[in-house]
Design a protein around this ligand. Structure first.
Ligand SMILES: Cc1cc2nc3c(=O)[nH]c(=O)nc-3n(C[C@H](O)[C@H](O)[C@H](O)COP(=O)(O)O)c2cc1C
Length: 228
């Protein structure tokens, strides 16, 4: 059994696959989850937040640390210096987090975890979202304005438990439950696949990350389980 630190950032791409890998790996290992501020929002938008307590059940080294509750100095990442973790996985890793790591910035929970793990000689495995060109990804629920006919009584709006439906869906309030989708008679609330475009700068940052001793760049979510 390994003690795994797992950092989740604010990326929708590879998110569902990463959470599925966390679930699988947590069956035979301890997983302690570190979530960036943006990560908390995005995980909720995709309706995946309730899955985290099943992965990190709450015992020592199986906690969930949310950046917005953990303070600016990230004291919990001190555990890397005390050799509590065998490895750190950052999956999915936003372009923002990768850029910060390669510049030595450690001002979020995942980037601070990366810095301390690297200092302590703990291997860091990173799954960047911006690896493949023109990859398709699924965004959270949105309202398709070509299909919405602005019914006088909008059932999805009335039923939304978070009060998140206005002219568009307020994704910061949305928790991805999907109630709205099933209630719209016109099918105007949906997830439409979009292409992810990769900036050259993001690709360069991934190459820089690859060159830093102690970091391993994963090419896709399927690489995660090969680590075990
Ligand atoms: C629905 C949604 C999906 C996103 N998906 C990605 C993504 O796949 N990759 C990425 O680099 N940023 C993505 N972002 C933007 C990041 O959340 C944003 O850059 C944030 O500042 C990252 O902070 P973090 O790296 O500390 O988690 C997404 C934002 C939203 C609202």
């Amino acid at each position: 059994m390994k003690n795994i630190a797992w950092a989740v950032t604010g990326a929708g791409h590879y998110l569902a696959d990463s959470v599925a890998a966390m679930e699988e790996i947590s069956r035979k290992n301890r997983v302690c989850t570190f979530v960036s501020r943006a990560g908390e929002e995005v995980v909720k938008m995709y309706g995946l937040f309730d899955r985290l307590p099943e992965i990190s059940g709450g015992g020592y080294l199986e906690e969930i640390f949310l950046e917005q509750e953990e303070g600016a100095s990230s004291p919990k990442t001190g555990r890397f210096m005390m050799n509590r973790f065998d490895l750190l996985i950052i999956a999915p890793a936003t372009a923002n987090t990768v850029a910060k790591i390669v510049c030595g910035i450690a001002d979020s929970l995942p980037t601070n975890a990366a810095a301390l793990a690297n200092k302590a000689g703990v291997p860091v495995y990173v799954l960047p979202t911006d690896v493949k060109e023109n990859a398709k990804t699924e965004p959270p629920y949105t309202i398709d304005r070509d299909l919405c006919i602005r019914c006088e009584v909008c059932e999805p709006r009335n039923a939304c438990p978070k009060g998140a439906i206005e002219e568009q869906i307020d994704l910061v309030r949305c928790d991805g439950c999907g109630t709205c989708k099933d209630l719209c008679p016109h099918g105007a609330i949906r997830k439409a696949a979009i292409s992810v475009t990769t900036r050259p700068l993001d690709k360069e940052n991934i190459e820089r990350l690859r060159a830093i001793p102690g970091f391993v760049v994963l090419e896709g979510p399927e690489d995660i389980e090969t680590l075990f």
